[in-house]
Design a protein around this ligand. Structure first.
Ligand code: ZN
Length: 166
C-alpha cells in the first residue's frame, strides 16, 4: 500500500466527469491506496479523482476518528433516493485545505454501489454519512464544495482560498 498525493483545487482534474469502473477492472490496489491515503490525510472520505484517477470510486469512514475503522468502499455509486428535506452543514475537503464551507444538501439518501467483492449494496444514509457520501459522489461528477455555493459565497470563500495560494 502507499499514500498517494492528493490533488489540490483548482487542479482541472477535479472538475472532470469520471468514468464507470468496468466489471472486470481490477481496482483492488487503487482502493487499498485510497484508504491508506484517506487515513493518512487524515480524512473521512476520498474520491478517486482526488488522487488523479478518473474512475467512479470513493471510500469513506465517517466514524474512525471516534472509534474503530469501518471503511466503506463505493464503486459506481448511484442515488436511489434523495430526500426533499434539505440540511445545511459545514464541509471540508482534502483537495481544498483550510477552506470549509456551508453546503446545503438532501438530508437523507439511499445509495447503491458495488463493493470490493462485487456484491451490490444498497443502504439508507443520514446525518454525517449522507453528507459525506454526497460530497464524495460530487467529486465523481467533477463538482467540489465551491460548486454548491451561491455566487456570492463562492466568490468570498474561493477567493480567499485562491488568495492564500499565491
Ligand atoms: Zn472533497
Amino acid at each position: 500500500m502507499s499514500v498517494l498525493p492528493i490533488l489540490k483545487w483548482p487542479d482541472p482534474r477535479l472538475s472532470q466527469l469520471c468514468d464507470p469502473v468496468g466489471a472486470d477492472e481490477d481496482v483492488d490496489q487503487l482502493i487499498s491506496d485510497m484508504l491508506e491515503t484517506m487515513y493518512d490525510a487524515p480524512g473521512r472520505g476520498l474520491a478517486a479523482p482526488q488522487v488523479g484517477v478518473m474512475k467512479r470510486i470513493f471510500v469513506m469512514d465517517c466514524g474512525w476518528k471516534d472509534g474503530d475503522m469501518t471503511p466503506v468502499i463505493c464503486i459506481n455509486p448511484e442515488f436511489v433516493t434523495r430526500s426533499d428535506d434539505l440540511v445545511t452543514g459545514e464541509e471540508g475537503c482534502l483537495s481544498i485545505p483550510d477552506a470549509p464551507a456551508d453546503v446545503t444538501r438532501p438530508e437523507r439518501i439511499t445509495l447503491r454501489w458495488r463493493g470490493l467483492d462485487g456484491v451490490v449494496v444498497e443502504r439508507a444514509l443520514d446525518g454525517f454519512e449522507a453528507k459525506c457520501a454526497q460530497h464524495e459522489y460530487d467529486h465523481l461528477d467533477g463538482l467540489v464544495i465551491f460548486d454548491r455555493l451561491s455566487d456570492e459565497d463562492r466568490a468570498r470563500i474561493e477567493g480567499a482560498y485562491l488568495e492564500a495560494l499565491t
